[in-house]
Design a protein around this ligand. Structure first.
Ligand code: PLP
Ligand code: COI
Length: 359
C-alpha cells in the first residue's frame, strides 16, 4: 500500500526539541508525525498516511468510548553505533497485534503494513531520538473502533495509528531495583478473559491496584491468578523471572492470562544459551517468600519493552515484606540486561536475527 506523506508544516523547533530530548522521561514527549490507516467493512485497509501528529475529531458515539474496543503495541527503535536505526523483533509485535485483534473482534492488519507504518514514522521523525544514555524512540501502534454506533457488536470501522515518543528510563526513581506490592483484592485477568491480549481495558483495570501499590510505597503491583489467588502472574506491564542459586530459572507459563512478552521470549532464549535451565511453570506467592527468605531464590527480574530488564528488590505480600537477594541488582539480571541492550544496539552480534535495520 502506498502512503501519502504530508510533512508537518510547523514541526517543533530544533532547539526546543534538543532540550526536550536531553531528558525525555517516559510517555510525555511526542514526535512531530503520526501514521494513520483506516479500515471499513467491505473496503478493507485504505487511506494510509504519514502526516502531522494532530488531535483526532471523533463523534461522541464512537464505539471505542463506550465499549473499549481498542488494542495497542509497544516497541522501540534504537540508534545503532554506526548512526543507523534498528527495531527489535518487530514482526513479533505485528503478530501479537493480530492476536489481540482476534480476541477483540477486530480486523487483522497485514504484518507488512504494520512494519511499513513503523518504518515510515521512524523515517519522518528520525531527529527525535533522545540524546540520553539508554534512550530510544518508543513506538505506540494502536487500533480502535471508530464507528459511531451504540449497539454492542464489533464495529464496522476502525482506525490504526502509530505515534512515537522519545523515551529514557521507565522508572522515574532511577533506583537500582524496584519494589513490588502483591495485590490481594484485585486480579488482572481470568481464564477465558483478555489477559493475553494487549487491550486498553486490561490497563484500565490495573490502575486501582497500581495506585494501591504506590500508596503503600511500592513501584509496581504484581497480580496473582484469579482462580486460586496463589500463582504469580505478572506486573501491570512486565513479565517476571525467578532465579535460583542452583542455576535454574522459573517464569510463569503462557496459559492465556498473562501477556506473551517479546522480552520474556528473548530472555528465555538468552538464559538457555548461558547454560541456565529455564522452566515455564506456575510459581506461588508462598513459595516465592519461602525461597527468598531461605536464600534459594537469589534474584527476581521484571522485563518488558518499556522497563527492559529491571531487578525486583523488595516484595510486600499478604504475609508481610521480604527482600530478594541483597535487595539490589543481581548478577544474572545485570548480565542479561547488558546482553539484551547490547543486541538491541548492535554492540553484540545478533545471532538470532532479532534486529531489523530500517535505516
Ligand atoms: N506484560 C504486560 C501486561 C505488558 O503490558 C507488557 C508490555 O508490553 C509486557 C508484559 C512485556 O511485553 P514485551 O516484552 O513484549 O514488551
Ligand atoms: C511496554 O513495555 O511497551 C508496555 O506497553 C508497558 C506499559 C508502558 C503499558
Amino acid at each position: 500500500m502506498d502512503f501519502s506523506s504530508i510533512p508537518h508544516p510547523a514541526p517543533v523547533p530544533g532547539e526546543t526539541r534538543q532540550q526536550a530530548l536531553a531528558d525525555p522521561g517516559f510517555g510525555t514527549l511526542f514526535s512531530d508525525h503520526m501514521v494513520s490507516i483506516d479500515w471499513e467493512e467491505g473496503k478493507g485497509w485504505h487511506n494510509a498516511t504519514v502526516g502531522p501528529r494532530e488531535p483526532l475529531s471523533l463523534d461522541p458515539a464512537t464505539a471505542v468510548f463506550h465499549y473499549a474496543q481498542e488494542i495497542f503495541e509497544g516497541l522501540k527503535a534504537y540508534k545503532q553505533a554506526d548512526g543507523g536505526i534498528a527495531l527489535f523483533r518487530p514482526e513479533e509485535n505485528a503478530r501479537r497485534f493480530n492476536a489481540s485483534a482476534d480476541r477483540l473482534a477486530m480486523p487483522n492488519l497485514p504484518e507488512e503494513l504494520f512494519l511499513e507504518s513503523i518504518r515510515q514514522l521512524v523515517k519522518a521523525d528520525r531527529d527525535w531520538f533522545p540524546s540520553v544514555d539508554g534512550g530510544s524512540l518508543y513506538l505506540r501502534p494502536f487500533m480502535f473502533a471508530s464507528e459511531a454506533f451504540l449497539g454492542v457488536r464489533p464495529a464496522k470501522k476502525y482506525k490504526f495509528l502509530v505515534i512515537a515518543s522519545p523515551a529514557g528510563n521507565y522508572f522515574k526513581s532511577g533506583a537500582p531495583a524496584v519494589s513490588i506490592w502483591v495485590s490481594r483484592n484485585y486480579t488482572r485477568a481470568a481464564p477465558g478473559g483478555t489477559g493475553a491480549a494487549k487491550c486498553g481495558g486490561n490497563y484500565a483495570a490495573s490502575l486501582v491496584p497500581q495506585a494501591e501499590a504506590i500508596a503503600k510505597g511500592h513501584d509496581q503491583v504484581v497480580f496473582l491468578d484469579a482462580v486460586e489467588k496463589k500463582w504469580i502472574e505478572e506486573l501491570g506491564g512486565m513479565n517476571l523471572f525467578f532465579v535460583f542459586d542452583d542455576g535454574s530459572v522459573v517464569t510463569p507459563p503462557l496459559t492465556g492470562t498473562i501477556l506473551p512478552g517479546i522480552t520474556r521470549d528473548s530472555l528465555i532464549q538468552l538464559l538457555r544459551e548461558e547454560g541456565l535451565q529455564v522452566r515455564e511453570e506456575p510459581y506461588s506467592i508462598d513459595q516465592w517468600r519461602a525461597d527468598a527468605t531461605r536464600g534459594d531464590l537469589v534474584e527476581t527480574m521484571a522485563c518488558g519493552t518499556a522497563a527492559v530488564v529491571t531487578p525486583v528488590g523488595k516484595v510486600e505480600g499478604p504475609d508481610g515484606a521480604f527482600t530478594i537477594g541483597t535487595g539490589g541488582p543481581g548478577q544474572i539480571t545485570s548480565k542479561l540486561r547488558e546482553r539484551l541492550v547490547g543486541i538491541q544496539r548492535s554492540e553484540i552480534a545478533d545471532t538470532h536475527g532479532w534486529v531489523m535495520r530500517i535505516d
